[in-house]
Design a protein around this ligand. Structure first.
Ligand code: C5P
Length: 274
C-alpha cells in the first residue's frame, strides 16, 4: 500500500497455511536456551528466530526455566514461506502451553510482532488478513483445503532488498481485494483475482524467477504467483496434481513440493504436549 515513516511498508495481504512443516521438539530439562538443528540447514543459536523467541518468552515469564529446542528443518530457508517466522511462533505457543499460559494473548502478539512482521500470523494460522507491517492480523473464514504446488528456485532473495526496490509508482492502482466488506466472501476466486505487488519487481530483478514462472505458466498452471518476496512461487493446476514432467525434471534445479492448504482447525492437532 506504500512506504511508512518507519521504513516498513504498509501491507494488505492474505496469509494461508500449507501442509509443509518443520518439526520442533521442546524440552524444559535444560539450562538457558539451547537450539540444535537436527536435520536440514538453518542457523543454530542466537541467529535463529526460534532461539530469540524462546529467550524473549522465558526472560519475561519464566526466568528460572530453560528449554532445549531440536529443529528438523524441511521448509526452504529464505524461501519466502515464512518458515523461520512459523518456527518462532510455534516456540511461543509451545512454551505457553507447557508453562500454563503465563502470557496473555495480547502479550504473545506483542512479543511475536517484535520478533518479525510475519510472526504474529503464525499464532493463528489458517486463512488470515494481514495489515500494518503484516503483523496486524484478522482471521478470515478458512478457504477450502486444496492442492498447491510450491516451487522454490535455487536463489536467495533478501526481503529487505525487495522492499527497498519497490517504487510506489509500480503498485497496482486498484483498491485491495480484501477489505472489511469482503471478508465474509473470501473464496479462491478472490485470490485468483488478486495480485502480489512485489511480483513484478522480483521477476524483473531475478531472471531465474522469471524463467521458472514462465515454465509454470507454459505447462498449464491455472494460476502462478509469488509468495511474499520470494523465492517461492505457488501454482495451482487443473485437477490439483503436479504435472509429471515437472516432478520428474524440476525447472532450473528448483525445489518442487506438492502439498495442500490447511484450515485453522487442522492445525490444532499438530501441537502435542507429552
Ligand atoms: O520484520 P522482518 O524482519 O521480517 O522484515 C524484514 C525487512 O523487510 C524489514 O527490515 C524491511 O526492510 C522489510 N519489510 C518492509 N515492510 C514490511 C515487512 C518487511 O519494508 N511490511
Amino acid at each position: 500500500m506504500g512506504r511508512r515513516d518507519d521504513g516498513y511498508h504498509e501491507l494488505s495481504t492474505v496469509f494461508q497455511t500449507v501442509d509443509l512443516s518443520d518439526q520442533l521438539t521442546l524440552d524444559l530439562d535444560a539450562r538457558g536456551v539451547e537450539l540444535t538443528v537436527a536435520a536440514g540447514a538453518a542457523p543454530a543459536g542466537e541467529e535463529n528466530l526460534a532461539y530469540r523467541a524462546a529467550m524473549g518468552f522465558l526472560e519475561r515469564w519464566a526466568p528460572e526455566t530453560g528449554v532445549r529446542i531440536d529443529l528438523e528443518k524441511r521448509i526452504p530457508v529464505g524461501g519466502g514461506l515464512g518458515g523461520g517466522s512459523s518456527n518462532a511462533a510455534t516456540v511461543l505457543l509451545g512454551l505457553q502451553r507447557m508453562l500454563g499460559a503465563p502470557a496473555s494473548r495480547a502479550e504473545m502478539l506483542e512479543l511475536a510482532s517484535g520478533l518479525g512482521a510475519d510472526v504474529p500470523y503464525f499464532l493463528w494460522g489458517g486463512t488470515a488478513w494481514g495489515r500494518g507491517r503484516g503483523d496486524v492480523i484478522e482471521t478470515l473464514p478458512d478457504l477450502q483445503e486444496r492442492s498447491v504446488l510450491l516451487v522454490t528456485p535455487p536463489i536467495g532473495i533478501s526481503t529487505a532488498e525487495v522492499f527497498g526496490m519497490v517504487r510506489t509508482t509500480q503498485l497496482e492502482n486498484r483498491p485491495p481485494l480484501v477489505d472489511d466488506g469482503l471478508m465474509e466472501e473470501m473464496r479462491w476466486e478472490t485470490i485468483q483475482e488478486g495480485w502480489n505487488d512485489l511480483e513484478k519487481t522480483v521477476l524483473a530483478r531475478f531472471p531465474l524467477m522469471r524463467d521458472v514462472y514462465n515454465v509454470l505458466a507454459e505447462i498449464g498452471a491455472t494460476m502462478v504467483r509469488l509468495s511474499g518476496t520470494g523465492a517461492t512461487l505457488f501454482a495451482f493446476f487443473e485437477g490439483g496434481a503436479c504435472p509429471a514432467e515437472l516432478a520428474a525434471d524440476p525447472p532450473f534445479g528448483s525445489r518442487v513440493v506438492q502439498t495442500r492448504t490447511l484450515t485453522r482447525s487442522s492445525l490444532d492437532r499438530l501441537l502435542v504436549v507429552r
